[in-house]
Design a protein around this ligand. Structure first.
Ligand SMILES: [Zn+2]
Length: 313
């Protein structure tokens, strides 16, 4: 019998999704309370500037450039004291910093673009998009966790932004990542796709939901599929994951094997949910469906789950 555990494709499926190309060396073992200060003293340090869910980008003939020097960031009212050290690139230290200036006050040459559009439109390279996912999640966590959840005192940033410490009760708080299961229920012939109420016209996607405390990934996949579609699952297998900075999730993509056929959609959650046969799905992936139905765009983990299934036979 062969050892099948590592019988995986050469390129991990996770490497095909948006926000997955982070190449920063985090050097987590070296994080110290003066890490940000030291990085800012290094002239090679580069900053990503963010404000209200948007990335600030220099725009020119060569496209968009998300990297700013520390001096260059001053007119944009960068709060360097609230910066987080993401780690080190081949060019030097990399920080994510909140910018104070409002988008409408920016000079002509700098654009404020929401994170989703930055990645959907491929405005920056994969490595920069990966750094954006890391920085956006950390800045969002700091912005919404200013006060100690144990005693209510305002806490302080430590360890280059990878910790908050309460000066009153000494409790340490660490950045969180919220796991979300996203699953494609499929047989060799057909797969289950649903339409959320706020989806773009014609779009169908894999079902998804937050993993709850005390739940395995597989249990969450089975529970969500039963709740949303009335479909019981047998085998569940992991496929790929995606950092998802809205605000700090990790999408965990799985395939599930259905045990029954009769869908009972939860119409509070979904507008529609049905089985799709392979030819129809292929036309949706190719944006050639006669009725205008589409899958989520390339880069989305749902697209990659659907694509992997459609290409599997
Ligand atoms: Zn406290």
């Amino acid at each position: 019998m062969s050892f099948r555990l590592f019988d995986a494709p050469l390129r991990e499926p996770s490497q095909f999704v948006g926000f997955a190309g982070n190449t920063i060396d985090r050097q987590s073992e070296n994080r110290a309370d003066d890490s940000v200060e030291k990085a800012l003293a290094d002239p090679s340090t580069r900053l990503l500037l963010m404000h209200g869910g948007r990335l600030y980008l220099k725009s020119g003939d060569g496209g968009f450039d998300p990297w700013f020097g520390a001096k260059e960031s001053q007119p944009l009212e960068a709060s360097l004291d609230l910066g987080v050290l993401l780690g080190f690139s081949e060019h030097g230290p990399v920080l994510a910093v909140p910018a104070g200036i409002e988008p409408e006050q920016l000079p002509e040459t700098i654009k404020a673009i929401d994170y989703r559009s930055v990645y959907m439109q491929g405005l920056i390279d994969e490595a920069a998009a990966g750094a954006l996912a890391q920085g956006a999640a950390l800045l969002a966590w700091h912005a919404s966790h200013r006060f100690c959840s144990k005693c209510g005192t305002e806490s302080e940033m430590r360890a280059g932004g990878y910790k908050r410490l309460c000066p009153a009760c000494g409790t340490e708080h660490f950045p969180r990542t919220d796991p979300v299961a996203i699953m494609l229920t499929a047989t060799p012939e057909k797969c289950l796709l649903g339409r959320g109420r706020h989806f773009a016209p014609g779009m169908y996607s894999a079902l998804a939901g937050f993993i709850e405390p005390g739940e395995t990934i597989e249990a969450a996949v089975r529970r969500e599929t039963l709740e949303e579609a009335g479909i019981r699952l047998g085998r569940v297998v992991y496929h790929a994951s995606q950092p998802w900075p809205f605000p700090y999730s990790l999408m965990i993509g799985c395939f599930g094997e259905p045990l029954n056929d009769d869908i009972q959609a939860d119409l509070n959650e979904l507008e529609d949910c049905r089985w799709f046969y392979r030819d129809e799905v292929r036309s949706m992936l190719a944006r050639e469906h006669p009725g205008g139905l589409v899958t989520p765009p390339k880069g989305a983990i749902a697209y990659n789950l659907i694509r992997a299934w459609a290409d599997s036979a």
